[in-house]
Design a binder for this molecule. Structure first.
Ligand code: HEC
Ligand code: HEC
Ligand code: HEC
Ligand code: HEC
Ligand code: HEC
Ligand code: HEC
Length: 409
């Protein structure tokens, strides 16, 4: 049996840290601020009388005011079981996140411990402890669930889609793995971005209704000869956790024949015969080297689904002079980028279209701005410094426009 101390520890009683994005200190500070606001406001509110006990208990608890706490608990025998129940109910309110919930349960636990010690009844404490254990188990499961799907994003650019997880579960379906890379084999980015999808995760409200109306994935996944339709094929898209799902990112075990078949039908190419030793070129970070594939003439994607589409390519290079002594200059190839990507995807939302018009910092990029709009998400990662910082200071690139480094931009 656990020893019950009359003095509840101020440390949280739970140890489990969720591995997903935790609300962290800031949120906790916010919760604490809200709580103190409550404490200040409480005496003036209607519920003030009942909450006076709780407020004082929390103040004592946080400040380690042990003698005062003992006095308070001795005086409030009648109110305590109800207060512990109320705290527990508040903790379990569905709009509360894990951290806040555990914080309230922690206080309820402290009250329960004190109640047991001073008034000899352990029932309220046992109830709180049971709920705490259940909540921790649930959180573990949630984290494991997130982890379970996360492995399908191992290949940079593949996305798990599970915004409407509840609705999918209701129809007995698993989340969707969208194999971005596979679609890149057949289609230039401009086919999808931005006409079919804005280039932002979660930015398109993708749903069954829209797809069945022939929008979003349904532009192609309909019975129109482009790709398999929805009827009877639910699990070809709702494929996470299903057999064969791992193959969508296993570069060593691709069904090249199937990829080629689809390519031929669409007017694209997949010449896997050109792959050296039959292997897809992969960089050190596990990312497909698309430019190498292009160089080897392995693939040649479709530019548009509309006849008479007027492609627009800007054929120049921009040399970014680096202001940092250690970093080489950066070469940006407008042609490579505008062959794949529409001008309007980058201009003006991501870059002003004037030479030297953008002040680019690595910290902004890591936050998803500028080059980080694609690199590190769907194109090669930032860890690959030298792929961008490839021109040594002092050497020139013939014909390149110069984005000069200016200190105060
Ligand atoms: C077959 C259609 C299709 C093609 C082709 C395609 N994408 Fe996407 N892209 C998507 C979808 C779908 C999403 C996710 C949208 C959502 O979640 O609402 C997406 C999202 C993105 C995002 C947002 C990532 C994030 O974390 O917010 C980027 C960047 C992106 N694509 C870049 C590209 C690039 C670069 C190419 C070409 C090399 C490309 N895409 C080709 C369909 C496509
Ligand atoms: C521009 C057309 C286009 C769009 C838009 C598109 N796809 Fe595809 N997709 C294809 C083609 C073509 C194939 C090859 C399969 C075939 O031949 O039927 C394919 C194959 C797939 C596969 C591989 C399945 C398998 O069994 O091999 C998945 C999964 C998939 N698409 C999911 C999606 C999802 C999810 C979306 C929307 C977020 C989407 N696609 C949007 C054209 C498209
Ligand atoms: C071409 C790929 C594809 C096919 C085929 C497909 N879905 Fe989906 N479905 C999606 C995507 C993508 C989403 C959005 C996932 C998300 O919530 O992020 C989705 C969402 C859903 C949702 C939840 C959102 C909503 O609108 O209620 C349900 C339910 C659903 N699909 C049912 C089905 C059924 C039933 C079938 C077979 C008849 C089917 N889907 C076939 C790609 C597909
Ligand atoms: C996708 C292309 C790309 C990659 C990859 C990249 N950079 Fe940069 N970096 C740039 C651009 C563009 C600039 C702005 C021009 C300049 O100041 O050099 C920049 C600027 C910088 C600067 C000076 C400005 C600042 O933010 O401090 C440093 C230092 C730097 N990069 C270091 C790195 C290192 C280290 C890596 C690898 C971990 C890296 N970069 C990877 C594109 C890239
Ligand atoms: C991947 C993103 C991207 C795409 C796609 C893109 N640009 Fe740019 N563009 C840039 C960047 C980066 C700069 C340099 C900005 C700077 O110096 O601050 C630039 C600069 C420019 C400039 C000024 C320098 C010059 O080249 O004269 C013009 C004009 C321009 N873009 C037009 C276009 C047009 C037209 C297209 C489509 C054919 C296009 N861009 C496609 C990223 C892009
Ligand atoms: C809208 C998406 C997008 C943006 C924004 C973007 N890139 Fe890229 N970039 C791509 C794609 C797609 C490729 C093709 C290869 C790949 O996917 O990795 C590519 C390839 C490259 C390459 C290799 C090609 C070559 O010239 O050798 C470099 C270097 C590069 N990008 C640098 C940059 C820099 C620097 C910036 C910012 C000034 C930038 N990119 C912004 C999508 C983007």
């Amino acid at each position: 049996m656990k020893m019950i101390s009359p003095l509840p520890s101020t440390a949280h009683t739970y140890r489990f840290k969720p591995s997903y994005k935790s609300p962290g200190k800031k949120k906790r500070r916010l919760a604490a601020a809200l709580l103190s606001a409550l404490i200040i406001l409480a005496p003036y509110s209607a519920a003030g009388a009942e909450n006076a006990f709780r407020n004082e208990f929390i103040i004592n608890y946080k400040a380690n005011r042990f003698p005062q706490q003992a006095e308070l608990v001795k005086k409030n025998k009648e109110a305590m079981p109800g207060e512990i129940k109320a705290l527990t109910a508040e903790a379990l309110s569905p709009d509360r996140d894990f951290e806040d919930r555990m914080y309230l349960l922690d206080i309820a636990n402290a009250m329960g411990s004190m109640y047991k010690y001073w008034h000899g009844d352990e029932k309220p404490l046992l109830e709180v402890e049971t709920i705490q254990k259940m909540e921790i188990a649930r959180e573990r499961q949630r984290a494991a669930e997130a982890e379970k799907w996360a492995r399908y994003e191992k290949l940079l650019g593949n996305f798990i889609m599970k915004e409407h997880l509840k609705q999918m579960e209701a129809e007995g379906l698993n989340p969707v793995i969208f194999p971005h890379w596979l679609h890149r084999v057949w289609f230039q980015c401009k086919v999808c971005h931005q006409d079919i999808f804005v280039m932002k995760r979660g930015g398109n409200d993708i749903s069954k209704t829209h797809i069945l109306e022939g929008k979003q994935c349904g532009v192609c996944h309909a019975d129109n000869g482009i790709a398999f339709g929805t009827k009877g094929n639910c699990e070809r898209c709702h494929n996470a956790g299903k057999e064969g799902a791992g193959r969508l990112q296993d570069m060593a075990n691709l069904d090249h024949k199937k990829i080629k078949e689809a390519a031929s039908r669409l007017g694209a190419e997949w010449n896997y015969e050109n792959l050296p030793a039959g292997r897809i070129p992969i960089d050190r970070w596990g990312f497909i080297d698309w430019l190498k594939l292009k160089e080897l003439k392995v693939f040649n994607p479709v530019i548009s689904l509309t006849k008479g589409f007027k492609d627009e390519v800007r054929d120049n290079k921009i040399l970014f002079e680096s202001g940092n002594d250690l970093a080489s200059n950066v070469l940006f190839d407008h042609k490579v980028h505008s062959t794949w990507i529409k001008c309007s995807t980058c201009h003006p939302a991501v870059f002003k279209d004037s030479l030297g018009g953008n002040h680019i910092k690595m910290t902004d990029m890591s936050a998803g701005k500028f080059c980080g709009h694609c690199h590190g998400k769907v194109s090669f990662t930032f860890a690959d410094c030298l792929r961008c910082h490839k021109v040594p200071k002092g050497s020139s690139v013939s014909g390149a426009l110069i984005h000069e480094f200016k200190i105060a931009q």
